[in-house]
Design a binder for this molecule. Sequence first.
Ligand SMILES: Nc1ncnc2c1ncn2[C@@H]1O[C@H](COP(=O)(O)OP(=O)(O)O)[C@@H](O)[C@H]1O
Ligand SMILES: [Mg+2]
Length: 254
Amino acid sequence: MAELEIRNLHVKIEDKQILKGLDLDVEKGRVHALMGPNGSGKSTLANVIMGHPAYEVTEGTITFKGEDITEAAPEDRSQAGLFMAFQYPVAIPGVSVSKYLRMIINAQREARGEDQIKIKDFARVAQGAMELANIPKDFSSRYLNDGFSGGEKKRMELLQLALLRPEIAVLDETDSGLDIDALRTVADGVNKFAGPDMGVLIITHYQRILRMVKPDKVSIMFEGRIVKDGGPELVGILEEKGYGWIREEVGAPA
Ligand SMILES: Nc1ncnc2c1ncn2[C@@H]1O[C@H](COP(=O)(O)OP(=O)(O)O)[C@@H](O)[C@H]1O
Ligand SMILES: [Mg+2]
């Protein structure tokens, strides 16, 4: 059984049907790439997996580790071990990276009924995570998201990953503005963190990042559904042929 199972998912936003019966399995220990043309609903899916309140699930289920989480609150999902990059995308005035990291560790500990982390333990844990995520020391005294470059925002996400150790991480990398440094950061992080204890769903329109991260599994999304599942060979086919052949294959108008 896959840790994350999505069945027949139908999702609406503002009376517009975006997901139209989507099925997807994401497993621990695998890097799973979700690709598809712009507007196919990839970011909608990512948001719905994390329980974004703007989207309405009209049919279908999302199951995580055997539990139906279709209606669960976002914080319950992350406590259960689901992670999405930038669950808290805002710049928080006056909160340093280091303080923010302590906040997220303590939120996780509180939900587990544990005491706040001791300052000394935090220093050790944070240092370990920063080394793992390949982040320079002075980063921790910066203010959260304040003037962060694309690459620095990505480092921040990796730091969160290194600290929280989710079982399934959803990374929506559709930002076409990502420079090579940011892409490299994400790719290194995925290669480092994905393993027997962590599965990654990496969502992307572009193939670029999939030259640096080799997915175990590839699913192609089109008009609110998964229309094709395969292995890494699909990345090459898309690179060569674009998305046009998918359109033809599913019989949709161009
Ligand atoms: N907040 C929203 N309000 C209205 N329509 C939306 C909203 N978010 C997404 N959509 C629409 O849903 C469709 C899928 O968008 P999205 O999930 O962002 O696709 P992708 O990430 O694959 O490019 C698009 O047609 C988009 O215009
Ligand atoms: Mg998107």
